[in-house]
Design a protein around this ligand. Structure first.
Ligand code: ZN
Length: 485
């Protein structure tokens, strides 16, 4: 397929807007940088096409089937069976919350409530919520697991409104603030795995918690994190991306941990507006696109970024954790800049590498997923970071498939289904898409505003598409082409 035919139908009838069941808890602190594209609550997005079949399989055969007692085992009986086993529960909470917002599945909600509440019950009196014994605290992957617990709990609280668990998040964050820092007597947070990029990725949930609570000490901690990156023993994430513009020269080049830090840096940029942070992240993106990306959207082999164009077709390429953090990186940049180039990479990575790593029935995932040969699907999370990462990537798709910007509506990813959008002036618009994309290039979208409205309709023309045409209410129209593809 290299052709795309899009038909836009404008509905005249007054529609009944779909009910939005979930209103996220608002942040106490507003961001310095307004998003160019508003990302959507997954309950406003009801896809029914091929992409949707993968989202549904992710919820029904993976997320809802996960045993909460397995997720909690290392917290209930310290130390855990494996050094980073504590990461899985937070990753599941993040993915399962988004999936529940999308489907409203009561069984999943019950598991979410149980798992979040039981996790908090494992917190010690001083706020510690890890899987290590007292004498081994803050060694190996202890901060990393705290990062995911905080990320999962904040996501759960924001979408369910269960504020009873917020004090536990504060206690956890306060313990980190009291333990790590560059004042005398505190521990050095980057004295950890992968030149500090593993513990350093706690930046992202700390910034989210700052915005949710308005507590200044969490912003101070985030500022400390950025200073710590640049310490003599640190990974030099921002400075090297500004000066050398190469991700393989940052820290030890470990892709999953680095991209996790970069996603936190972008959250910090959204919060504070420091343009150097965005510039550093854009440099990382461009470097990956130009020299370190496989055709499928996989972004590393052996879990690490390598020299220019060093992209062998080996069996250790495409770690799914890297696939998902690369997806998040592009989604962040799309929200912040509104540029279609990031949506283009989202399509590439979702349709090829992410779905290539997911077993079609959703029950299992590949860790490394090479471009040819047998798919190495596995079901158990034991020792497999990627098996709790893959479901996060799939659960995020409804948040960016369609969107709204200052001009009107934007379609980033094509799939059949119905999306209820709210324009910036508060007017609802429903988009109903009929298509079998990506197996066919014909896309029919009915645009149904609740009341008379004038706005721009933006649709992404994929880079692979050599010929595209657009009809509006049956008449061929010449669409204006954007400059940012
Ligand atoms: Zn992994």
């Amino acid at each position: 397929m290299n052709k795309m035919i899009m038909t836009i139908m404008c509905a005249a009838a007054v529609i009944t807007p779909l009910a939005s069941a979930v209103t996220p808890v608002p942040d106490e602190v507003s961001c310095a940088v307004a998003d160019r594209q508003d990302f959507q609550q997954p309950d406003c997005v009801h896809l029914t096409g091929w992409i949707s079949s993968r989202i549904e399989a992710n919820e029904k055969n993976r997320l809802v089937k996960m045993d909460p007692n397995r997720l909690l085992i290392s917290y209930r009986k310290r130390p855990g069976g494996q050094e980073w086993d504590g990461e899985h529960v937070g990753k599941w909470l993040h993915a399962a919350t988004l999936a529940w917002v999308n489907t409203g599945d009561p069984e999943l909600r019950k598991k979410l409530d149980y798992t979040a509440t039981e996790l908090v019950k494992c917190q010690l009196a001083d706020g510690y919520l890890g899987t290590y014994t007292d004498n081994n605290r803050w060694t190996d992957w202890d901060v990393w697991a705290h990062k995911y617990s905080l990320l999962g709990l904040v996501t759960y609280i924001r979408h369910t409104g269960n504020m009873e668990l917020l004090p536990a998040c504060r206690k956890l964050a306060d313990l980190l603030c009291n333990t790590f820092g560059d004042e005398p007597g505190k521990r050095d947070i980057v004295a950890g795995h992968h030149v500090g990029m593993a513990p350093g990725s706690v930046l992202e949930p700390m910034v989210l918690l700052f915005r949710l609570t308005g507590e200044p000490r969490y912003l101070d901690f985030a500022k400390y994190m950025l200073r710590a990156y640049e310490q003599p023993n640190g990974p030099k994430i921002v400075s090297r991306l500004l000066e050398l513009k190469r991700v393989d020269k940052v820290g030890n080049g470990k892709a999953y941990e680095m991209l996790s830090c970069i996603n936190g840096i972008l959250e910090m940029y959204r919060t504070t507006g420091d343009p150097k942070l965005l510039e550093a992240c854009r440099n990382a993106w461009q470097d990956i696109i130009d020299k370190r990306l496989y055709i499928t959207g996989a972004a590393s082999y052996g879990e690490t970024f390598h020299d220019d164009y060093d992209l062998p077709n080996g069996s250790n390429m495409g770690e799914t954790c890297v696939t998902v953090t690369w997806l998040q990186f592009n989604a962040q940049l799309l929200r912040l800049t509104g540029e279609a180039r990031f949506a283009e990479q989202l399509e590439r990575v979702v349709l090829n590498q992410l779905f290539g790593a997911q077993k079609p029935d959703g029950s299992a995932w590949g860790y490394y997923v090479q471009m040819e040969g047998t798919k190495p699907y596995r079901g158990s999370i034991d020792g497999h970071c990627c098996l709790s990462s893959g479901p996060r990537g799939v659960a995020l798709i409804p948040t960016f498939a369609s969107s709204v910007d200052a001009d009107g509506v934007v379609v980033n990813l094509y799939d059949a289904g119905t999306v209820k959008l709210t324009l910036r002036d508060g007017k609802p618009v429903v988009l109903t898409t009929e298509t079998t994309y990506p197996s066919d290039g014909k896309i029919v979208i009915t645009v149904d505003p609740e009341s008379s409205a004038r706005f721009t309709f933006k649709a992404r023309i994929p880079a692979w598409c050599r010929e595209s045409s657009m009809k509006l209410n049956g008449k061929t129209v010449k669409a204006k082409t954007g400059v940012d593809g």
